[in-house]
Write a protein that binds this ligand. Structure first.
Ligand SMILES: [Zn+2]
Ligand SMILES: [Zn+2]
Length: 351
């Protein structure tokens, strides 16, 4: 079948040996775009990794619920790395519900991070429910740091959250203290903690009744029990898991996020502000997006960020040391008063 485009072998009872044989044969299907193998036992992923490394057209690989080990995932991502280095097209990988964090999770995380550092093609990665510990999540977050191509990352069911800006925030397990590496200041001198971010996302959803995304796969998954439960979960971990379950995904792809532009007009009868920030309801007005003077058109400060679809976004501006609403925008009263921390910068060292 040299012209095969899409193959779905989900829940086919495939073993590692069967998947290996299949992958050998699929080398003869150079135009295959999608390979779906949910709920099988794909085994060590050696043949699959080799297929992925060589394949020129494969874009989607679905391996939800395959009992993959960390070592198998590491092998697979070595293949993905080769694919990306040789101009392949692998863009969407689903590894949810494999629990690979409980054995060799760090190995998998290092291999995934290597892909995130290099790939300009990977667009959507689902790592939900894999019991990755904070250190493994931090390694993945580190790999993601300068990646501007991954558009959606699912990390629910691991010891980290993905914040509204798409950064990985490892949860701090008591006494672990190793999760710091993945955290980075979003804006000068400011670090969002995962707890604060979690609260913010709940507030945002309560305020706006934000619509669930359209990715039925992702959202159906959260109602199923894990296929490979972690046996070393403490009560505290379970609470955290539940807490994470209640959170909505910040996946830009599945939740239909899009670019929103903000602008603050410079008016004739006021001096031009030294600095302008936009603070939005996405994170409870916590982080400020610095706006910059537009190079063209009417004098104004502009900036853009990603925001979820179907969400009534609220914004206030910090203009020099004052908090103001933009002229001409509809003003709403907030249900609960919000404290806003004012920002400073080089041009505005003091408030
Ligand atoms: Zn999805
Ligand atoms: Zn997604």
């Amino acid at each position: 079948l040299p012209s095969l485009r899409s193959l779905d072998l989900s829940s086919a009872g495939l073993t590692g040996a069967a998947v290996a044989a299949l992958c050998g044969a699929l080398a003869n299907c150079p135009f295959m775009l999608r390979l779906e193998m949910k709920h099988n036992n794909a085994g060590d992923c050696k043949a699959l990794g080799a297929l992925v490394a060589e394949h020129r057209h494969l874009t989607r690989l679905g391996l939800t619920g395959n009992n993959l080990t960390g070592r198998a995932v590491a092998t697979l991502f070595e293949g993905v790395l080769s694919n990306s280095r040789s101009g392949g097209r692998v863009a969407d990988i689903d590894l949810a519900w494999n629990g690979f964090g409980s054995g060799d999770g760090q190995l998998a995380a290092a291999s995934i991070a290597a892909v995130l550092r290099e790939s300009v093609c990977l667009y959507h990665l689902d790592l939900s429910y894999n019991c990755l510990n904070p250190a493994a999540c931090a390694a993945i977050g580190e790999g993601l740091r300068d990646n501007h191509h991954l558009y959606g990352l699912h990390l629910v069911g691991n010891a980290a959250t993905v914040d509204a800006d798409g950064f990985v925030q490892p949860l701090q397990l008591a006494g672990a203290g190793s999760g710091q590496a993945g955290q980075r200041p979003l804006f000068s001198g400011e670090v969002l903690s995962s707890t604060a971010n979690c609260l913010a996302s709940k507030q945002a959803s309560a305020l706006h009744g934000r619509a669930r995304g359209s990715c039925s796969d992702c959202h159906a998954a959260s109602t199923r029990p894990p296929s490979t439960p972690c046996d070393d979960l403490t009560d505290e971990d379970m609470l955290r898991e539940r807490d994470v379950l209640e959170q909505q995904s910040t996946c830009w792809a599945c939740e239909g996020w899009s670019r929103v532009e903000f602008e603050w007009p410079v008016v004739d009868d006021e001096p031009c502000p030294k600095a302008v920030w936009a603070l939005t309801s996405i994170d409870g007005f916590r982080s400020g997006l610095r706006l910059h003077l537009a190079k063209e058109g009417a004098p104004r400060f502009v900036g853009a960020r990603m925001a979820p679809g179907g969400c009534a976004l609220q914004v206030v501006f910090q203009v020099d040391s004052a908090v103001r609403v933009a002229p001409g925008m509809k003003v709403e009263q907030l249900g609960n008063p919000v404290d806003v921390a004012l920002r400073t910068c080089e041009e505005l060292p003091e408030l």
